[in-house]
Design a protein around this ligand. Sequence first.
Ligand code: GDP
Length: 438
Amino acid sequence: MSGEADTIFALASGAGRAAVSVVRISGTESGNVIRGLCRGAVPPARRASLRTLRDEAGAVLDRALVLWFPAPRSYSGEDSAELHLHGGAAVLAGVADRLAALGVRPAEPGEFTRRAFLHGRMDLLQAEAVADLVAAETALQRQQALRQLEGGLGGLYRAWSEALLRLLAQQEALIDFPDEALPADVETGLREEILALHLAMTAHLDDGRRGERLREGLVFAVMGPPNAGKSTLVNALAGRDVAIVSALPGTTRDVLEARVVLGGVPVTLLDTAGLRAAGDPIEAEGVRRALARAATADLVIEVHDPQTPATAQSMLGEAAGKRRVVVANKADLGTAADGSALPVSATTGFGLERLSRVLSGIAAEMTATAGPPTLTRARHRAALGAAAAALARAADAKLPELRGEDLRTAMLALGRITGQVGADEILDSLFAQFCIGK
Ligand code: GDP
């Protein structure tokens, strides 16, 4: 990251023609920049003020709303300003040239949020929540990101860190006075507290990956024998032609994906190749891919044509252990489906609403995150898992010195989640995913 002391600017609103474009400026020089640009004093803090912006020669660039956010009460924690310009390309180009002449450099992706983190305006979890909020496609994802932005998750981890620090202090006391007759219940009490904390962490981890699933979206694999109508069903659920539908068995040779929203959750429907013992190597490869991808899916939608005997069951491979919804397609042809299967007709639309409702219910249930904040990234899960494992070791440690080391390991792992420890490498990969201007 170049020049954290630089004053930076970026277009914070979407690119292209717009009624209004918002340019953000942040850094120690922001005040001087505004004075230069507006040829006058900075406007009153946090109030929209109409100003005339001028270039070096004094020519008018725009009449714009200017907002001044003195440090530390700004998004980045630095002196900052926002310019609400008329959204034309020439206005933007003129203002950008003028800002460059005033020594302001274009921001890198996520640089405003990185600065907010560095100035203690938010922890790493909140910075991630900003990225999630910007990327949120559905109301549920938005709610989850906002909850994380409020800081509940970071608060929970910090509370655990503080509890660990207390335990560590007690542990050190035990090490320092090994020969003194400390009552045995001090040792027992310490162990019980470690176990209680371990329990809280494992309960928090045992959340069915709800938060991650909601953030990433779910994957439902549509599987079944060739010609059962899987592609037709995916197209019908997605409301568009995603898959090639053909009366020739084995047409879908690769895994096609369709993105839909079910129960407020983005769901990727995988249209897998027909599962059968294929003679043709290309088709066999399709079957292999279908099984591999389905093995990572959250749900299998198993499609049958009751007119032809089910052969897919034995071919689901690893996906056989997955949660499943069984669909009996081609209900319009009148063959009775067996009891547990949902009768639908992908071509007439019969039963599709009911199937949608069932799938939406499952999607909502898999991601329901009411109550305490849930972790939302694999990164959080890995670090928490490491913390819990260290606590389990600490509880069983025979030597007090080793226990202290395990408690310290657990604290470091927690600190890594909130960014108190070793944030640098995480920052680089996180902010690379941000858009410029955030
Ligand atoms: P896939 O191999 O499982 O993906 O099957 P396709 O979606 O390609 O469909 C195979 C054939 O079954 C096509 O000719 C479809 O038009 C037909 N088909 C699919 N769904 C239905 C349905 O609900 N009713 C009837 N009558 N035909 C269907």
